[in-house]
Design a protein around this ligand. Structure first.
Ligand code: WTA
Length: 633
């Protein structure tokens, strides 16, 4: 039975069923998969713990549902189509049969290097098919993967290795990104100097860079698979066994490891993919994310492959070697569904329409957006010039923690409105609450976005620290999952996401915690104190603005600012580098010593004429100095 909803009344019917009889609803979707043993119970939950379990005692392996199951009827259909960074380098297409063989072979290679069920494996790789193969091979043998975006610094990588006590790292010699050739293995080597759990490193050769291989620890990918069988039995996993950990930033402390499990994530990533993108067998689907983020997990690898789709993987960047690169790829592979981020749209919009002219884009049926609110101007540009006015644009709201898309139009099935994520997917019960946690039930309301009932893709815990999971997501509003986002329900009942209401900044669709950036800045020996806020940025959505109190002795202001940026680059990675740094004599504080971020946000946004009440400040005089020295564009 297909679970693809095809009409608006079908959506309403399914939605109602999912609310009135959630267990019946999800059991029907769960039944379309291959289980080694069927579940005893569909759902057990308690948001206080929190303790959420789906498909209890069900046994499965997600890769059997991706690979083995698809071999008979569509083994020769392309599973992964890979487009390299350079347009004139030849791409790679892997059919489901070929992917099966490669995943099994690499599974055996990992086993031979001592990795087994429950072990944690860090994947720090460029966008090559081997990154997906690595993820699936982990899943095949029951190892828990944790993909770390290959733009993170060695110290970010070391933190993640240490937090999950990884036994193995999968990486590459280097990475091609646009005009740059990036060192990858060197970063791993540096990171591993500060870790003690990693026994083996498998290195995929991509750039041919001259790298050091540490005897006894490092092994080339091509050597590791030598002589390994292309068959590997799939480990029996419990529905609630961990599938992966993915680190993401929050408002406090270091990034936390969001945990997803085998059964629920499988069902949810598949169901949401199929319905939001309205995938039809034979379509070519392309998501431009990186596998280092949740979008890459759910909508490059797991969701599409569970649906038997052809998923395109692109190694490069939107503007290399020219600003028409995305459109060139759409035409080349006749892409039918295209999924990208508003920041990429805005960056391309800035190049005008000329780069689009050589391409027809006629194959497109659905276009999608993810990662941050899409402003109306970008929405219209994307809709009119890429979708040519006749492709539904799905604005998909979700999070690392939700595992899959939660609020979005189903392409061409449910209506969409510019800049509105729209209606919830079946099985998702979003609520808008006021500051006291009262549900605002009517239309035309605004408040904080929560979800009051579990869905199969919800995070189960934060790795090694369940209390943190509870505090972050389940304590603000009793009995609800709190998203950290603000939202508005308009007069028609459509939801519009307003952005984060906590101390998280969304830079080009990447989540950064202000505390995390501040901690990095404070590592600089001349820094006394710092405060970081987000401000509206034309292309990135939000930029990072840092206010820093420094000891200036022996430095010019410019040199110090550069050093601060470099410090952040070194500690977190280039994506966290502040766009603006202002050296200040002090930070506005309340009498109890708390930084008044509200004021700093206003100044950073160029709204210093709207500071509101500053009379409760301990040090009102610094505000004048801050306004005077504010960094303009
Ligand atoms: C934001 C990315 C508005 C939001 C899948 C959320 C969005 C955070 C949208 C999660 C959207 C994501 N409209 N905002 N369509 N999609 N966000 O974990 O603030 O990297 O909380 O997951 O991105 O980011 P994450």
């Amino acid at each position: 039975m297909s679970h693809k909803i095809q009409t608006l009344s079908g959506y309403i019917h399914e939605y109602q069923k999912s609310v009135l009889q959630p267990e019946v609803f999800w059991a029907q979707i769960g039944e379309s998969f291959h289980w080694k043993k069927r579940w005893d119970k569909v759902l057990e939950w308690d948001f206080e713990g929190p303790d959420v379990k789906w498909f209890l005692n069900g046994k499965l392996n997600i890769t059997e549902n991706i690979l083995d199951r698809h071999l008979f009827i569509m083994g020769d259909r392309p599973a992964i189509v890979w487009e390299p960074n350079e347009p004139d380098e030849e791409g790679v297409t892997l059919t489901y049969k070929e992917l099966y063989a490669k995943v099994c072979q690499f599974s055996n290679a990992m086993k031979a290097q001592g990795v087994g069920k429950g072990d944690r494996v860090i994947i720090y790789m460029p966008m090559v098919p081997e990154a997906a193969i690595a993820m699936l091979a982990c899943a095949r043998i029951g190892a828990v993967h944790s993909v770390v975006f290959a733009g993170f610094s060695s110290s970010s990588l070391a933190d993640r290795v240490n937090d999950c006590e990884a036994k193995m790292v999968l990486t590459s010699d280097g990475n091609f990104r646009g005009a740059k050739k990036i060192d990858v293995k060197g970063v791993v080597d540096e990171a591993l100097e500060n870790t003690s759990t990693v026994e083996k490193v498998i290195v995929y050769q991509r750039t041919g860079a001259d790298i050091a291989m540490k005897a006894g620890r490092d092994i080339w990918w091509h050597d590791a698979i030598q002589g390994q069988s292309e068959e590997c039995p799939a480990e029996v996993m419990d529905a609630e066994d961990m599938l992966f950990i993915l680190y993401t930033s929050g408002s406090t402390g270091k990034p936390k490891g969001v945990v997803h499990t085998c059964g629920g994530y499988m069902v949810y990533s598949y169901y949401s993919f199929l319905n939001v993108f309205q995938y039809t067998p034979g379509d070519v689907y392309w998501c431009t994310a990186d596998v280092g983020w949740i979008t890459g997990h759910s909508y490059i690898v797991y969701g599409p492959l569970l649906a038997g789709a052809t998923t395109v993987m692109f190694e490069g960047v939107p503007t290399y070697p020219h600003a028409g690169r995305f459109w060139e790829i759409v035409d080349k592979y006749q892409v039918n569904q295209f999924y990208t981020a508003p920041t990429a749209i805005r960056a391309l919009q800035a190049h005008g329409l000329e780069p689009l002219e050589p391409y027809s884009l006629d194959s497109l049926k659905v276009i999608g957006s993810v990662g941050e609110p899409i402003n109306e101007e970008a929405w219209h540009w994307y809709h009119d010039h890429v979708g040519k006015g006749n492709c539904p644009l799905v604005d998909t709201w979700w999070q690392t923690e939700t595992g899959g898309i939660m609020i979005s139009a189903l392409a061409g099935v449910t209506p969409n409105k510019p800049a509105h994520a729209g209606l919830p997917l079946p099985g998702v019960q979003p609520v808008i609450v006021d500051a006291d946690g009262n549900e605002l039930k009517s239309n035309n309301v605004q408040g904080n976005l929560c979800v009051k009932f579990p869905w199969p893709g919800i995070l189960r815990t934060t790795y090694g620290d369940h209390e943190r999971c509870k505090q972050t997501y389940f304590s603000t509003y009793k009995g609800m999952y709190f998203t950290g986002d603000g939202a508005k329900r308009d007069h028609d009942g459509y939801l519009r996401i307003l952005g984060r209401v906590d101390d998280v900044i969304n830079v080009s669709g990447h989540r950064m915690g202000t505390a995390e950036v501040e901690n990095a800045i404070n590592e600089h020996p001349k820094v006394v104190e710092s405060a970081v806020v987000g401000y509206p940025h034309e292309v990135k959505g939000q930029g990072i603005y840092a206010y820093v109190i420094c000891d200036m002795e022996g430095r010019t202001e410019e040199s110090l600012k550069n050093e601060i940026r470099q410090t952040v680059n070194k500690i977190i990675g280039p994506i966290a580098k502040p766009d603006k740094v202002q050296i200040v004599p002090g930070l506005p504080k309340t009498r109890s010593g708390k930084i008044m971020r509200r004021i700093l946000r206003k100044v950073a946004s160029g709204e210093s004429d709207q500071l509101g009440d500053t009379s409760t400040l301990l040090n009102p005089e610094v505000v004048e100095a801050i306004i005077e020295g504010a960094v303009k564009d």
